[in-house]
Ligand binder design. Sequence first.
Ligand code: FCB
Length: 448
Amino acid sequence: MTQLTFPGGFLWGTATASYQIEGAANEDGRGPSIWDVFSATPGKTWRGQSGAVACDHYHRVDEDVALMASLGVDTYRFSIAWPRIQPDGSGPANPAGLDFYDRLVDKLVAAGIKPMPTLYHWDLPQNLEVRGGWPERETAERFGEYAAIVGARLSDRVHTWWTLNEPWCSAFLGYGNGHHAPGRTEPAASLAAAHHLNLGHGLAVQALRAAGAGQVSIVLNPTQCRGDEEAVRIVDGVANRIFFDPLLRGEYPADVIERTRHHTDWSFVQEGDLEQINQPIDLLGVNYYSPTWLRMNPDAPENQVNPGSAGVEGWTPEGLSFTDMGWAVDATGLTDLLVRIHKDYGVATMVTENGAAYPTGPDENGEVNDVERVDYLRSHIAAVHDAIEAGADVRGYTAWSLMDNFEWAFGYDKRFGIVHVDYATQKRTPKASAKFYSQVIADNGLDR
Ligand code: FCB
């Protein structure tokens, strides 16, 4: 066994998102989000479940902050519900909404935990979707205004801001295959959404900087593609470089524009947009769960989540194990991804989500012995260490998730928490993985 030690100052955290944990959907002036509407639409989520109650975090903030403090985390990545701040997505702030996050930030700081809020983790105010959603430029502009409001209130205490969580999902699951809210299946709109998410990020960065923000960034979920060179290049373009290149280089890749011409002429990109998007960021947030294997097949139809990907199909190699999501476990993908971002874009990174769904519940002694999750975390944290050894500037690691929660279209069926939640009683029970992770944090490293 080798002891792996992380660099001094490496940050260890956990993450959640507003709609997945807060509940209190109709309290203190919160407006409806696209996820409230989507969840209420028959057939969209597992057993029609929603985040209306979720982990009731809105009323259990003290307990949840204490839980994190007991684990010893350095950081907490949570998200701010836009519809709590601006119930219909525009205009003045709802004071009760701002107060909730103000108190949360104070409690975190008092507990010695660095607050790292995400401004948008998918709960778009429904009114903005009624007006067209992310395919419309207006949504990006409203997002910039929302960022200014929240930045003015919290910037003095926030360590790192994340503008968007996984814009790929917002654009291509939300407007591509419709697996996520708002559930639209319109390829041209999904590409326009990707651009307006990029633009919204750029406007938000500027608003946050003007409000005196500390570190500012965005969280992406790049697809770590493996397989034929041509297939990888195609999907890497439409899934990854469509975000990396405008954000970090100020341009859209020519091959992506070319491959998607049958859907759109890209006239939604207006003069000056790329300068707005290409704002300096302090580091890049990277979410990673599993890689994707690809190969060319002339008969393969276009995948709705990857417009322009006709002729490429996915496949799965043998000999791997799978999580409860059916995602293959392959920690080397995380190393490769972090090293690739370092080499191609030269930007510092932080792993902002990584984890696994397994159904393990309490045994007869009330203990949750989630050995598979411990293995998953161990191998992936070691993979981050490998990336650092290979030269990548990785500043921290964040376990998804602090606790079991509403896993979007999969409802409460999939459990990602290192803390178990009994939804009938709201009892939180740290799993074996929480104890393991807590030890990793205390040691700033682990054995492999
Ligand atoms: C990511 C999301 C997060 C959670 C995990 C499992 O795509 O950002 O909210 O659903 O996957």
